[in-house]
Write a protein that binds this ligand. Sequence first.
Ligand code: IMP
Length: 196
Amino acid sequence: MQLVFATNNLNKVKEVQELIPLNIKVLSLKDIGCFEEIPETQDTIEGNAIQKVEFIKKHYDYDCFADDTGLEVEALNGAPGVYSARYAGELRDANNNMNKLLTELANHNNRNAQFKTVVALHINNTTQTFTGICQGEITKTKHGENGFGYDPIFKPNGFDETFAEMDLKIKNSIGHRGKAIAKLVNLLKTIEQKFS
Ligand code: IMP
């Protein structure tokens, strides 16, 4: 079985490759000759994930999965949420995004937050979604060098380290994307069994 993972984010490809069974070949956008920007214009995380897989199916005719992630901060009524990538502007700069969030939270004691990932899968002419959530809190300063995005300021519940201080395997096992991908993998295993 082969599936396209509709992302240009190499960090995500690295994370997800560790989780998908080896007998499922994951193709990148480059592998299928897709070099254009895939639209993400919906106002929900789920809507964006679905939009990406349906775009690939329509224009490239491949079965496909895609993820969309947002960081939802309780004291900010769920912001930045679906707008996490562009929180501090169109440059999508991780440091600017983190600095803006730290400034917005400066006067808040409630630092609860959660990462939410929705993975959409389009296979056999059907689209379905899988959600993974990781709860934690926003730290007061940045810690760690691993990972990407908001990782240096997100400390998952039950841990003393931020995601950026953790080994990738640990992040995957407790993280939002890992949880959503685990649900996807379960479904893929069922489909494989049916057709083998
Ligand atoms: P997207 O799912 O690639 O659109 O990500 C939206 C925003 O959330 C971007 O700013 C990413 O850098 C950030 N983001 C997504 N996944 C993670 C993660 O696992 N850790 C930290 N930041 C993330």
